[in-house]
Write a protein that binds this ligand. Structure first.
Ligand SMILES: N[C@@H](CCC(=O)N[C@@H](CS)C(=O)NCC(=O)O)C(=O)O
Length: 291
C-alpha cells in the first residue's frame, strides 16, 4: 500500500499502520498545487489524511480479524503442536477450535476436510491440511527465513521435515499399535535410535541420520546458525522420544549434540513462552494417553 501524505502526518500514520500489522509506504506528495502556500497545503493534506488514515485502519482491522487463522485440532499436543510452535516462534496470534470428529469423518474428502484428518488450518477462506504444509505456509507468510534462505537450504528443510516425520511415525506406530510396551519400545530403539543400526534397513527413519545434520552444520540448529521449521518439528519429536514412558534421557546421552540443539531451540523468542505455558503443560502427547 502506498499513501501520499504531508510530513505532518507521515510518522504518526506509519506508526499506526505498523501497529496494525499493515506494511505501508507513506510518502510526501510530489508537488504543491498552484496558488496554495506550502503551509496551507500541509494543513489541507493533514486534514484530508486523518479520515483516510481512520479508514485504512478500520479496513486493516477488518482484514486482520477476517484473516486470523484458526487451527482445528484435538486437545492434545500431537500433530497440532508443531503448528502451534511455529505460530509462537513467528509471533503470530491464531484461534483454536477442537476437532468436531463427526463432521471431520462425515465430510472426509470435502474442501473443509480434504483428508478427513487434523490438523487443519482455516485461513484466507481456505482449509489447509497436512502438518508440514501448514508449518511451511505459516513460516512463508510470517517469517520466511524459517524456511531456509537459499533454494538448497529450503530443499534441505523439506527433506528434514520428511526425514523427521519418517522417524516420528515409527514412534507413533509404537504408541498406537503397541501402547509403547517395553518389548515394542526396545525394538523401536534397536532399529531406529541405536547408532549401531543406522546402516541397517530402517525405512530412512533413524535418529543418527538427523544427528548427522547437526554434526555437519556445526549446530546449534540443523542448518547451522539459523533456526528453521525443521528444528521446531525435531524439538517436538525429541520431547516425545525423551519422555519417561519412552526413552527418557537416553537419546541425549547417546547423541550429545541434541542437548545443545534443545537448549538453543528452547530459547527462541516467542517459542520460549509457548514451551513454558500452562496451556501446553495441560495437554497430553497423544490421543490414547500413551507416550
Ligand atoms: N499426514 C497427516 C497426518 C494427520 C493425522 O494423522 N492426523 C490424525 C490426528 S494426529 C487424525 O486426524 N486421525 C484421524 C484419522 O486419521 O481418521 C499430517 O501430517 O497432518
Amino acid at each position: 500500500m502506498v499513501l501520499r501524505l504531508t510530513a505532518v502526518a507521515l510518522l504518526e500514520t506509519q506508526q499506526q499502520l505498523a501497529s496494525c500489522g499493515v506494511a505501508a509506504t507513506v510518502q510526501a506528495p510530489h508537488r504543491v498545487l498552484p496558488g496554495i502556500s506550502a503551509k496551507a497545503a500541509r494543513c489541507r493534506t493533514a486534514k484530508l489524511a486523518r479520515p483516510l488514515v481512520a479508514l485504512v485502519l478500520a479496513g486493516a482491522a477488518a482484514i486482520a480479524a477476517y484473516d486470523k487463522p484458526t487451527l482445528v485440532y484435538f486437545d492434545i499436543l500431537g500433530r497440532g503442536e508443531p503448528v502451534r510452535m511455529t505460530f509462537a516462534a513467528c509471533g503470530v496470534q491464531y484461534d483454536e477450535q477442537s476437532v468436531p470428529y463427526g463432521d471431520m469423518k462425515g465430510q472426509a474428502g470435502s474442501k473443509d476436510w480434504p483428508f478427513g484428518q487434523a490438523p487443519v488450518l482455516r485461513t484466507g477462506g481456505t482449509s489447509l491440511t497436512q502438518m508440514t504444509a501448514i508449518m511451511r505456509y505459516v513460516a512463508a507468510k510470517f517469517k520466511p527465513d524459517f524456511l531456509g534462505t537459499s533454494l538448497e537450504d529450503r530443499a534441505t528443510v523439506d527433506a528434514l521435515l520428511e526425514g523427521i516425520d519418517d522417524l516420528y511415525l515409527k514412534y507413533i506406530e509404537c504408541v498406537y499399535t503397541n501402547q509403547l510396551s517395553p518389548p515394542a519400545r526396545d525394538a523401536l530403539w534397536a532399529k531406529h535410535f541405536n547408532p549401531m543400526t543406522a546402516q541397517e534397513r530402517n525405512g530412512g527413519g533413524h535418529l543418527r541420520f538427523i544427528d548427522g545434520f547437526l554434526e555437519r552444520s556445526g549446530g546449534p540448529f540443523l542448518l547451522g546458525e539459523r533456526c528453521t521449521i525443521a528444528d521446531l518439528f525435531l524439538y517436538f519429536a525429541l520431547e516425545a522420544f525423551s519422555r519417561d514412558v519412552c526413552f527418557g534421557s537416553r537419546p541425549v546421552q547417546i547423541y550429545p549434540r541434541l542437548g545443545v540443539f534443545q537448549e538453543a531451540v528452547s530459547n527462541l523468542d516467542g517459542l520460549k513462552e509457548r514451551l513454558a505455558s500452562s496451556a501446553r503443560a495441560s495437554l497430553s502427547f497423544n490421543g490414547n494417553g500413551v507416550g
